[in-house]
Design a protein. Sequence first.
Length: 559
Amino acid sequence: MSQHTVNSTPEYPVSTDWWRDAVIYQVYPRSFADADGDGMGDLKGIRSRLPYLSDLGIDAVWLSPFYKSPQADAGYDVADYRTVDPMFGDLADAEHLIRDAHDLGLRIIIDVVPNHVSDQHAWFQQALGAGPGSPLRKRFHFQPGRGPNGERPPNDWESIFGGSAWSRVTEPDGSPGEWYLHLFAPEQPDLNWDHPAVDDEFRSTLRFWLDRGIDGFRVDVAHGLVKAQGLPDIGSRDQLKLLGNDTMPFFDQDGVHEIYRGWRTVLDEYGSERIFVAEAWTPTVERTALYVRPDELHQAFNFHYLSAYWDSDELKDVIDSSLQAMRPVGAPTTWVLSNHDVTRHTTRFANPAGLGTQIGAAGDARIGLRRARAAVLLMLALPGSAYLFQGEELGLPDVVSLPDEARQDPSFHRADGQDGLRDGCRVPLPWAVDGPSCGFGPAGSWLPQPADWGSLSVEAQQERADSTLELYRMALALRRQHPALGAGDRIEWLDAPQGVLAFRRSAGDGQELVCTANTTGEPVRIGRHGRIKLASTADAVQIGSNHAWLPSDSTIWWV
Ligand code: GLC
């Protein structure tokens, strides 16, 4: 790195909290690695691939749910929070996985799903059997219906997966009875967080896993636990369009924060190294910041960043507003480009702007990959923590050609085939060029892999200097060598032509890094910023004594 120092660049102390600048890799257990050959990934499979994750250069792994579940929503419908689903292994496998990860210096974050349980959870089964008015129903939102015979749902809320957010039960005596709330699938009844038993149960579950050495929890639907008093109607508006943009009576209610303040005291009993990360879709970055106040959760995914397109103005706005919103609460920003709920960013950026995060079209794959490689170098030059979604290091696109009969996303069936697009990012990983499931396991895979999947595999990309996998490895190695890169909460913007982002970061020890991202489809001339340390493209970069030509859709780290 350059020894040249510019006095206007402040030096930030390198943080001692590991999570403030950590790069955390999401493993989606069904689709990562299958050890037993049933076509479904499992904990032994993940364990066998830990050395790969360690070599990649990440700090921690977040595992999506592997608990006992009927799998109505790929494990986000939990029937027992303290049992491993036999499909994934058993508790001993989980313990071995945690131990092996720790031996390699990797931390393990697991999912906790507090907004709802599976309809097969003992509590819900007891509530159904106990009948109307029973205290056992008070742990959920059971209500009589509207209309003369209670035949209409108690309010107009719609499920995120389509249709009404209420389902009617048949009472033990066989009569049509009360309705229960489910913001997601009918197999996922919402818990009533006003009931003290609910919080007690979750605190005890947190301890169960903390006692097994877990380093943190990703809190599923963290913004959903508290519902507005009286469960008021929303009115005749397009509810799906309001999600994430507007205040909803079931999302981002102020009452959720008290729950997290309580949870934080539980976590802190286990020292200062364990963390919570919130999945909280909120209307503004300022609302997101409330979840990471000093006595609440540690991180919250920056979905405003994830939702931004590959566009310099949009990106600059969201970077600035996010850093600014987090500053007063003293939390880092948690950048993320992809996860198991959205179209992979390779495919989002292959399509035109304005389509959102759920896209069923392949677009221009070459441009998409080029932009995705540029986007990750931009993200990893920003201060704060960053999450990666399994397979993005291979540049995987979304699989948009899945046959309908293969799709398992519950929203596909609930929304008359209009949705269900989340399966496309969940197709099992290709590890090898050949083999029945490209090295995913000894047999097939639960979602069909495309014919050319093997050409994107780890085997095909490793040690190939221009591969996306090696780009990730190099970028992550540089972040490790220069921890100051992820530290602090400020960046120094530099003048740049339209369509280009340019900023300077301290790289520690008086060294600096300039990151330039050209979001346009044309080469752009800029002033020269030193020499190239890492580039997202193998294209030759023309460099003069005072200027450089940035290739189209590319990011360069200069030192
Ligand atoms: C979260 C999960 C998603 C799941 C939903 C319901 O948004 O990330 O996959 O469907 O919660 O649990």
